[in-house]
Design a protein around this ligand. Structure first.
Ligand SMILES: Nc1nc2c(ncn2[C@@H]2O[C@H](COP(=O)(O)OP(=O)(O)OP(=O)(O)O)[C@@H](O)[C@H]2O)c(=O)[nH]1
Ligand SMILES: [Mg+2]
Length: 306
């Protein structure tokens, strides 16, 4: 039997459901998900190995207008995901009307030379079948996609068809990674993201955008993993919101993220959380390097090489 293997980048507007789709396609909840736009801040690779096919999926931040340093960096990340790929998976939220920003997002994917598959997501939210057909017709008019697949990432509807459309367009070749390989992302980044996910779920307005998490200690002991993480916010008021009355919110953030870590890594965790204020961190290249796992990995390598 011939084997196929290739890279698939998942692109789309913020909140379209890219990370939900990455998790659903691979069956591993690697990417954090929330109803707040710009949940994903950096690319995240997750590998799916099935009989005869290995697909290296890449989740990306949502395509949006860049105004500050963090947003410009996120858009750079999106563009870099267009560099090396065999198939582009373009995800749209079919419950949202098509607007100017969608046109701009399409301009970006027009630059891609690989086949582009349209995943029309959130069809579980549409009441009538003809709404799906209307949306498909609209997208057909805008761009010649290689395939059009209505899906619900949340309900895992249409994902087998989507996988088939992807696999059909991957180059022949042996697997790049061993069968049990899932990701290159370091454990401590995944842990930090699990804390950030709880912040996104429990806070509103500016707080989710102003929060960053760094795991400072990840120590494997005999019976448990000891993790110390710092939650950074931009203003003292936001620190108060994260901590909550009598420390209630922080306690909940800690408890739910610890449960996530225990379920994912299959070990007991002792999690310590601290909250610090770092004004305007979203404009600091140095700090943005610190929270980006790809930089984190190279720093760690540098330390090892010293
Ligand atoms: N009803 C419904 N909701 C969905 C579906 N897919 C995703 N969602 C919801 O849409 C919201 C955004 O999902 P994400 O997966 O975080 O979206 P994203 O495209 O990764 O967003 P960014 O990382 O911010 O760019 C979450 O509340 C999801 O639960 C779907 O198929 N149906
Ligand atoms: Mg995302």
């Amino acid at each position: 039997m011939s084997e196929v293997c290739g890279y698939v980048s998942i692109l789309g507007r913020p909140n379209a459901g890219k990370s939900t789709l990455l998790n659903a396609l691979t069956g591993v909840k690697l990417a954090i998900v929330s109803d707040k736009p710009q949940t994903t801040r950096t690319t995240l690779q997750s590998v799916l190995t099935e009989e005869g096919a290995q697909i290296v999926f890449m989740d990306t931040p949502g395509i949006h207008k860049s105004d500050n340093t963090i947003n410009r960096r996120m858009m750079r990340t999106v563009r870099s995901a267009l560099d090396q790929l065999d198939v582009l998976l373009y995800v749209v939220d079919c419950t949202r009307p098509f607007g100017e920003e969608d046109s701009q997002a399409l301009d970006l994917i027009r630059k891609c030379e690989a086949p582009v598959i349209l995943a029309l997501n959130k069809i579980d939210q549409l009441e009538e079948r003809h709404h799906v057909l209307n949306q498909l017709a609209l997208y057909k008019e805008k761009f010649e996609f290689a395939a059009y697949v209505p899906i619900s990432a949340a309900k895992s509807t249409g994902l087998d068809i989507l996988k088939k459309e992807i696999v059909a367009r991957l180059p022949e070749g042996p697997a790049i990674f061993p069968e049990d390989h899932i990701t290159d992302v370091p454990e401590r980044f995944l842990g930090a993201e699990m804390v950030r996910e709880q912040i996104l779920l429990m806070t509103r307005q500016e707080v989710p955008h102003s929060a960053a998490v760094i795991v400072e200690k990840w120590e494997e002991k005999k019976k448990l993993i000891h993790v110390t993480a710092v939650i950074y916010v931009e203003r003292p008021g936001q620190k108060g919101i994260i901590i909550g009355k009598g420390g209630e919110t922080l306690k909940k953030i800690g408890m739910y993220s610890r449960l996530e870590m225990e379920a994912f890594f299959g070990k007991k965790f002792f999690l310590e959380l601290f909250v610090k204020v770092k004004p305007d961190w979203r404009e600091s290249t140095e700090f943005l390097n610190e929270i980006d796992w790809r930089k984190l990995t190279s720093n760690e390598q540098e330390i090892e090489n010293d």
